[in-house]
Ligand binder design. Structure first.
Ligand SMILES: Cc1cc2nc3c(=O)[nH]c(=O)nc-3n(C[C@H](O)[C@H](O)[C@H](O)COP(=O)(O)OP(=O)(O)OC[C@H]3O[C@@H](n4cnc5c(N)ncnc54)[C@H](O)[C@@H]3O)c2cc1C
Length: 381
């Protein structure tokens, strides 16, 4: 059964047709993966699984065929990632490259950058991380201090990034750096593709509440980059980064992070829920469907070449609120205590998500910042 049967959907028939194939693949590939691993959602890392997806042509699908993509519509990609997330597939290895680094390189990259990176991204062999945040420069990204200075035909990078998801297991970082030492705020910034194996780079994993190490501190100490590492136009890094944020904030990963628990909840209450369970699960389902419609509408705008940054902020703010509400409601409805070890499977899924959920409204821009963007945007409408 597919949700597309019951709701208005801009997904064209040829994109819908992929769904059954992806489901069949996932049923087989993930048969032995327990719910608590699936609950890691798009933070689950498995390089081999990413390569298998690459072999199927499900990474970088919307990229041109000459660079290894399938020239598929953004909706075909949407169907694939929706199925991956709904199944709790371990997609983290290729996630950032598929979602934003690939499109970024296609849009702003040189021919040499496209040839080196895009086919390898599509094969699931090159993993990227996003180097924006720094100590004291998260929400206030325009205050970053890490720099790249010209020295002959090289750029010399110094500074520090923080919270960089997957830096310790990625091949490249797309970093936002200050290239004009006299610039202020969002001027004089540029983006670079940095090979993380270069001398002078130190990567230190940071443990999160669950004990896992997804994100990192990354230090740059006189790291020499070739002239070809600059991506896009020198000094235009801010415009490039803000365009990227619409891709980062509007996808189904902004409301499906707790879907494994919602599925457990539906399974646990069974076919004959009491009135309270039916009401609360019904409300969650209605919110889920609405969020999906909104996210698809943003995808349609991106496909039409627009920059729906404001709309993407709305999706992320409402979506992460939804993801965070699921563990609270599940605990009440299942009358189960979260368990980090032992206990029922859904008690462990619950414990994992209760520890992870606070980060949902931090990563990719905090709730307060998004609400500021939404309020300012409303004022301009
Ligand atoms: C799981 C996770 C993964 C991440 N991955 C990456 C990554 O891969 N790459 C990357 O670059 N970054 C990453 N980040 C960093 C993330 O983007 C930042 O944490 C986020 O932007 C907030 O910045 P900060 O942590 O410096 O908090 P601060 O900006 O210091 O904010 C602290 C608090 O103050 C509030 N606040 C700040 N300014 C205002 C304001 N003007 N008005 C109202 N309230 C305000 C914030 O909302 C927040 O509640 C990740 C973060 C998390 C949690």
């Amino acid at each position: 059964m597919s949700i597309d049967q019951f709701t208005y959907s801009p997904i064209p028939p040829e994109a819908k047709a992929i769904r059954a194939e992806v489901r069949g693949f996932l049923a087989d590939a993930l048969a032995d993966v327990p719910p608590v691993r699936r609950a890691e959602s798009w933070m689950g890392f498995d390089a081999r699984f990413s390569r298998r997806l690459g072999e199927r042509g499900w990474i970088g699908m919307a990229l041109p065929k000459r660079y290894g993509g399938a020239e598929a519509s953004p909706f075909a990609r949407y169907v694939v990632i929706e199925e991956l997330l709904a199944a709790g597939a371990p997609v983290s290895a290729h996630w950032f490259a598929d979602r934003q680094s690939g499109p970024q390189i296609l849009h702003y990259g040189t021919e040499a950058q496209k040839v080196v990176h895009l086919p390898a991204i599509c094969r699931g062999e090159q993993f990227f991380c996003i180097g924006m945040s720094e100590p004291n420069s998260g929400s206030d990204l325009a205050s970053i201090k890490s720099s790249a200075r010209r020295a002959g035909d090289k750029w010399i990078v110094n500074g520090q990034k923080v919270w960089t998801t997957n830096a310790h297991r990625s091949h490249y970082m797309i970093a936002l750096l200050r290239t004009d030492p006299d610039s202020r705020r969002n001027e004089g910034l540029s983006q670079f593709i940095i090979d993380l194996s270069l001398p002078g780079i130190t990567i230190r994993p940071i443990k999160d509440l669950t004990g896992a190490s997804h994100f990192n501190e990354v230090f740059f100490d006189d790291v020499a980059l070739g002239a070809g590492a600059l991506i896009g136009t020198e000094g235009q890094g801010w415009a490039q980064v803000t365009a990227e944020l619409a891709f980062e904030r509007s996808g189904p990963e902004r409301f499906l992070s707790s879907i494994t628990l919602l599925q457990s909840l539906v399974g646990a209450v069974g076919a004959d829920p009491d009135a309270l369970q039916a009401r609360d699960i019904g409300r969650l389902t209605a919110r889920l469907i609405t969020l999906r419609q909104m996210s698809l509408a943003v995808t349609a705008q991106l496909a039409a070449g627009r920059n729906p940054a404001w709309e993407a902020s709305v999706v992320k703010e409402l979506g992460t609120t939804f993801e965070q509400d699921i563990p609270e409601l599940a605990e009440a409805l299942l009358d189960v205590a979260p368990a980090t070890r032992g206990g029922a499977e859904h008690a462990r899924v619950l414990a994992y998500l209760m520890q992870e959920a606070p980060s949902f409204s931090l990563r990719g821009g905090t709730r307060e910042i998004l609400r500021g963007i939404i309020a300012r945007g409303l004022g301009m409408r």
